[in-house]
Design a protein around this ligand. Structure first.
Ligand code: SF4
Length: 178
């Protein structure tokens, strides 16, 4: 079954994509992460997502960096803690794009690798995703997803970032991987 997979970064994508392949899905990878700041970091994560697509021999669809549009819906929430309302707005921004792309490509289902991170609430992500038709609530944390992503990233030489993504999370540096 085809599945459009929003890939937040190569480490999170590694174990998530492997799990989808083992379950019989045909993943289409989708890199749409205008939340990432600065642009150099966006480009770096994108380069490793390309390596991920190459490794699994999967199609990759990429969106340009449009951080200004992302700031329009999140800048007023700059002081929110990680996991708060700014992150809900951020998930909505990226999942709305993924939903639109899935419709455009006539792929009936989509999901996101964001749920693999122990620093992110799968419940919060599912609440956002459920606003869109075709969203599949897959909790990639389960089946030891995060531990597997670390092992696989190490094996494949993927870069693992030290902060979630936006400039507001840069100061907090709470998460080792988005
Ligand atoms: S901390 Fe991460 S999830 Fe939250 S707004 Fe920033 S980039 Fe998005």
């Amino acid at each position: 079954m085809p599945m459009l997979v929003h890939i937040c970064c190569a480490p999170c994508g590694s174990a998530s994509v492997l799990r989808l392949l083992k379950a019989g899905y045909a993943p289409y990878l989708y890199y749409a992460n205008s939340n990432i700041y600065p642009r150099k970091e966006f480009n770096k994560r994108q380069a490793y997502v390309r390596k991920l697509a190459e490794y699994f021999q999967l199609p990759l669809i990429e969106e340009p960096w449009d951080h200004d549009s992302w700031l329009e819906v999140t800048a007023h929430l700059a002081d929110e803690p990680e996991g708060g309302r700014r992150c809900t707005a951020c998930f909505t921004f990226n999942l709305a794009m993924t939903s639109r792309k899935a419709r455009e490509l006539e792929i009936p289902n989509f999901t996101t690798t964001l749920t693999i991170s122990p620093y992110k609430s799968s419940k919060q992500i599912f609440a956002v995703g459920s606003e869109f038709d075709g969203f599949s609530s897959i909790d990639f944390k389960k089946q030891e997803g995060y531990a597997k992503s670390i092992a696989l990233s190490r094996e494949l030489g993927f870069y693992r970032q030290q902060y979630c993504g936006c400039e507001f999370s840069l100061g907090q540096k709470k998460s080792a991987s988005s």
